[in-house]
Design a protein around this ligand. Sequence first.
Ligand SMILES: [Fe+2]
Length: 167
Amino acid sequence: MIGKELDLAFEDMNNLKLSAVLHDIGKIGIEDNILKKKAPLTADEFLVMKEHPRLGYEILGHIESLSEVVDGMRFHHERPDGKGYPFGLKGDEIPVIAMIISVADTFDAMISNRPYRKGLPPMIAWQEILDNRGTQFSEKVVDAFDRAFKKTKMYRPEKMEKIKKAG
Ligand SMILES: [Fe+2]
């Protein structure tokens, strides 16, 4: 939906779809006691986990015909403010496909249940994405996400105050 809102060309849409499916493939190189841990990661474990885009590049990087797909995967944890990982790229250095996956992946992670916490209501996750526009996420991608989100049944502005009060 974000790709459509950004009017991506047919080929870019296909690259986005494939890259979105493959974006965490590097996690197969992360040991199970970290990957499947049913509690938040320690700082050291998180350092290991942060290697997954690099490991994904080791798996797919040699396939030249997939270079756009590979870049979407490789840079999906980068941030426009340079505080992302593993490379610390900034702003326009990060391909738009990677920035789309970043927003979609973060939204999905926030609304999903984990063994150690319940997923957030979609409206709260939506607000969180908007609050990090231009720092964690690309401005134009957040704007596209916002437009797409408002076309879904998850957009319930009347619920917002209630949710906030309930904490
Ligand atoms: Fe990831």
